[in-house]
Design a binder for this molecule. Structure first.
Ligand SMILES: O[C@H]1[C@H](O)[C@@H](O)[C@H](O)[C@@H](O)[C@H]1O
Ligand SMILES: [Fe+2]
Ligand SMILES: [Fe+2]
Length: 294
């Protein structure tokens, strides 16, 4: 099902009058511009070290093996809300804009979308669950290291585009020296569709598999957002476009909308969980079974 892209409820004029629409802040909680990977901040070193490990270890072979293993979904049975609560203890080491527990980020994203798109309940829920795959960091999921869970994603099996954050650290990735994998198309072909492309392993693809295998009724745009929201090289820089097919191009429009809320809603202003929980529980019930296989 294709859902037509609509304009947000409030226009710029409404925002200026304080009529409720989501307002994009100029700086993050640390006073820097968003996604500035070189800004001197307490987080810069942690983040760069994160990407060094990520770029060295995410190889075609690693992704294939790990995706097969986690795709079995034979670890845990739990509800969406139980998973949200599990995430409470984690801070994402790849993120220069946020050092709050993940539950804050999930609710902030969902609530910001809800302000501007009150009728797209599927998009509110997508906001709430888009990062749930970060449970891979948890003990019961084998405590995957951060480099295998978070951060921007990129295709493996073809050349690493220069617009990837901290690109220089790819020089230690063995795939970069393998002629099978280091050309523009690598193991892929033009227009093959993202569904046929292996992405670096992490919370996006994992949560997509969880939603799909548990028969979520979210529209294809919602599943696409979950699966590719960390693919900044594509949705921010326009790299790797030649791998997309027509359906990907349609879905990308919604991902562009979503990204604004994912990125810019990160703040220190807390959401009252008890107040908004009933609304989100009703959406979970509408689009997911009560218990899911993870
Ligand atoms: O640091 C962030 C964070 O891990 C997000 O959850 C992910 O979606 C982004 O792409 C990444 O850069
Ligand atoms: Fe994410
Ligand atoms: Fe996010």
């Amino acid at each position: 099902m294709t859902i037509l892209v609509e304009q947000p409820k409030t226009g710029v004029a409404d925002e200026a009058k304080g009529n409720g629409g989501f307002v994009v802040p100029d700086t993050n909680s640390f006073g820097n511009t968003f996604r500035d990977y070189n800004a001197e901040s307490e987080r810069q070193k942690t983040v760069e070290e994160f990407y060094r490990m990520n770029h060295i270890h995410q190889t075609y072979d690693f992704v294939k093996r790990t995706r097969e293993k986690y795709g079995k979904l034979d670890r845990v049975e739990m509800s969406i809300w139980e998973c949200i609560e599990l995430l409470n203890e984690f801070v994402d080491e790849s993120d220069p804009d946020l050092d709050e527990p993940q539950i804050e980020h999930l609710l902030q994203t969902a609530e910001a979308i809800r302000k501007d798109y009150p009728n797209e309940d599927w998009l509110h829920l997508t906001g709430l669950i888009h990062d749930l795959g970060k449970v891979l960091l948890h003990r019961s999921f084998g405590e995957l290291p951060q480099w295998a869970v978070v951060g921007d994603t990129f295709p493996v099996g073809c050349a690493f585009d220069e617009c990837n954050v901290h690109h220089k650290h790819f020089k230690e990735n063995p795939d970069g020296h393998n002629p099978k994998f280091n050309t523009k198309f690598g193991v892929y072909s033009e227009g093959c569709g993202l569904n046929n492309v292996l992405m670096s392993w992490g919370h996006d693809d994992y949560m997509y598999l969880v939603a799909k295998e548990n028969k979520s009724t979210l529209p294809s745009a919602g599943l696409f957002i979950i699966r590719y929201h960390s693919f900044y090289p594509l949705h921010k820089h326009g790299a790797y476009q030649y791998l997309m097919n027509e359906e990907d191009k349609e879905n990308l429009k919604w991902l562009h909308i979503f990204n604004k809320y994912d990125l810019y809603s990160k703040s220190k202003v807390r959401i009252d969980v008890d107040k908004v929980k009933p609304y989100y529980m009703s959406l979970i019930e509408k689009y997911f079974p009560a218990k899911l296989k993870w």
